[in-house]
Design a protein around this ligand. Structure first.
Ligand code: F6P
Length: 366
C-alpha cells in the first residue's frame, strides 16, 4: 500500500487546489494513503504536522478554489543538501515514498534533483545513525511525478500549464474594464502583464482583446519600432478607434537586449502622438481568483494521471511530468521538458527567436 504525498511549490496558480484534490482522491480510490505537504518544500523540511494525512472529505470543494489551499513557498533550505536530508528523514518518518510536485520549472528541477540524490541521502541517514538499515530498506527508491502549475505557460512539451487559462481570462476581463474608461476619454493605456520570461499571456491577451501593439520577449521590437507603433496607432485612430491598448509582457523589458518598458511607451504616446496615456500594471490579480473550467478539468485529469504514473513507475523509469498535447494527457520525461525550457530561454538571450519558438513546441516522447 503506497503512501503518496502532494505538494505545491513556487508561485501559486488557479487550479493548484483542484490538482491536490484530484491527487488525494485518486490516491484513496487506488487504496493508497494520501498526504499533503503544507507550504511547499518548506513543509517537507519542517516535517511533523506540516505533512498531513488527507481524507476524501478534506479536499471537498477544492476544485473551484483559487490559489493553493495547502500553501506554497520558494524554499531556500531545500536548495541545500542539508535541507533535503532533513526532508528525506521526515518522509521516512511518515513512510512516504512517492511525491507529486505541482509547480513551475524551478520546483520540478528541485524534485528531480531530490530523486537523483535519494539513495545517497538514505546512506547518509544510516551512516549518521538517524535511521536504521531496516527503516530505509523499503525506501531505496523515491518516486517523483511533476504537474506543471504556473500562470506563465512557459514549460516546453505541454500545450497548457495549470492556471494559464484562468490568468488569461482575468487579464482579458481587466482589459475589457480598461477599454470602457479608455473609450470614454479617448485615452491610450499601456498594460503590463505577467509571464516572467514568457510572452504567452501577453500575446494571447493582446490578440483576444484587439490590442493595437504587443511587446513580448520572444519577438523584441525592430530597430524602428517607435515609428511602426506610431503609424499603427495613428492609423487605428484615423479609422475611428477611440482608444489605444498596448500590451507589454513583463519579460519584454527584463533583459538588456530588449529594454522597452511600459513607462517608455507611455511617454512616447503622450509626447509624440499627443495621446492622453496611462499605465496599468495588472499585478497579482492575474494570479488569484477561482480557476476557469479548463483549469479545473486539466488539474483533475492530470492529477489522476500523476497517481497512475506513480503506481506504474519502476526505479528505471525516468521521473515523468504530466503534460497535455493536442488535447491528450500524456507523460513526458521531466528532465527533457526542463532542459528544453532552459534551452528556449538561452535562445531568447542569443536572439535566436526561431529556435526559441521551435523549442517551445518541441516534441519529445516518454
Ligand atoms: O511565475 C508566476 C509569476 O506570477 C510570474 O508571472 C511573475 O514574474 C512572478 O511569478 C511574480 O512572482 P512574485 O509573486 O514572487 O512576485
Amino acid at each position: 500500500k503506497k503512501r503518496i504525498a502532494i505538494l505545491t511549490s513556487g508561485g501559486d496558480s488557479p487550479g493548484m487546489s483542484a490538482a491536490v484534490r484530484a491527487v488525494v482522491r485518486q490516491t484513496l480510490a487506488s487504496e493508497c494513503t494520501a498526504y499533503a505537504v503544507y507550504e511547499g518544500y518548506q513543509g517537507l523540511v519542517d516535517g511533523g504536522n506540516m505533512i498531513k494525512e488527507m481524507s476524501w472529505e478534506d479536499v471537498r470543494g477544492w476544485i473551484s478554489e483559487g490559489g493553493t489551499l495547502i500553501g506554497t513557498a520558494r524554499c531556500k533550505a531545500f536548495m541545500e543538501r542539508a535541507g533535503r536530508l532533513t526532508a528525506a528523514n521526515n518522509m521516512i518518518e511518515k513512510g512516504i515514498d512517492a511525491l507529486v510536485v505541482c509547480g513551475g520549472d524551478g520546483s520540478l528541477t528541485g524534485a528531480d534533483k531530490f530523486r537523483a540524490e535519494w539513495p545517497s541521502l538514505m546512506d547518509e541517514l544510516v551512516s549518521t545513525g538517524k535511521r536504521t538499515k531496516e527503516e530505509v530498506k523499503s525506501h531505496r527508491h523515491l518516486n517523483i511525478v511533476g504537474l506543471v502549475g504556473s500562470i506563465d505557460n512557459d514549460l516546453s512539451g505541454t500545450d497548457a500549464t495549470i492556471g494559464c487559462y484562468s490568468s488569461l481570462q482575468r487579464i482579458c476581463q481587466a482589459i475589457d474594464y480598461i477599454d470602457a474608461t479608455a473609450f470614454s476619454h479617448q485615452r491610450a493605456f499601456v498594460i503590463e502583464v505577467m509571464g516572467r520570461h514568457c510572452g504567452w499571456l501577453a500575446l494571447m491577451a493582446g490578440v483576444s482583446c484587439g490590442a493595437d501593439f504587443i511587446f513580448i520577449p520572444e519577438k523584441p521590437p525592430s530597430e524602428n519600432w517607435e515609428a511602426e507603433m506610431f503609424s499603427i496607432v495613428k492609423k487605428h485612430r484615423e479609422m475611428g478607434k477611440r482608444k489605444t491598448i498596448i500590451v507589454v509582457a513583463e519579460g519584454a523589458h527584463d533583459r538588456q537586449l530588449n529594454p522597452v518598458t511600459a513607462g517608455m511607451v507611455k511617454d512616447l504616446l503622450s509626447q509624440k502622438v499627443g495621446l492622453d496615456t496611462r499605465v496599468t500594471t495588472l499585478g497579482h490579480v492575474q494570479r488569484g481568483g477561482p480557476p476557469c473550467c479548463y483549469d479545473r478539468m486539466l488539474a483533475t485529469l492530470q492529477g489522476v494521471e500523476a497517481v497512475n504514473a506513480v503506481l506504474e513507475s519502476t526505479p528505471e523509469t525516468p521521473s515523468p511530468v504530466i503534460c497535455i498535447v493536442e488535447n491528450k494527457i500524456v507523460r513526458k520525461p521531466l528532465l527533457d521538458a526542463i532542459a528544453k525550457t532552459k534551452e528556449v530561454a538561452a535562445n531568447i538571450e542569443k536572439r535566436d527567436f526561431a529556435a526559441a519558438m521551435r523549442g517551445r513546441d518541441a516534441e519529445f516522447e516518454e
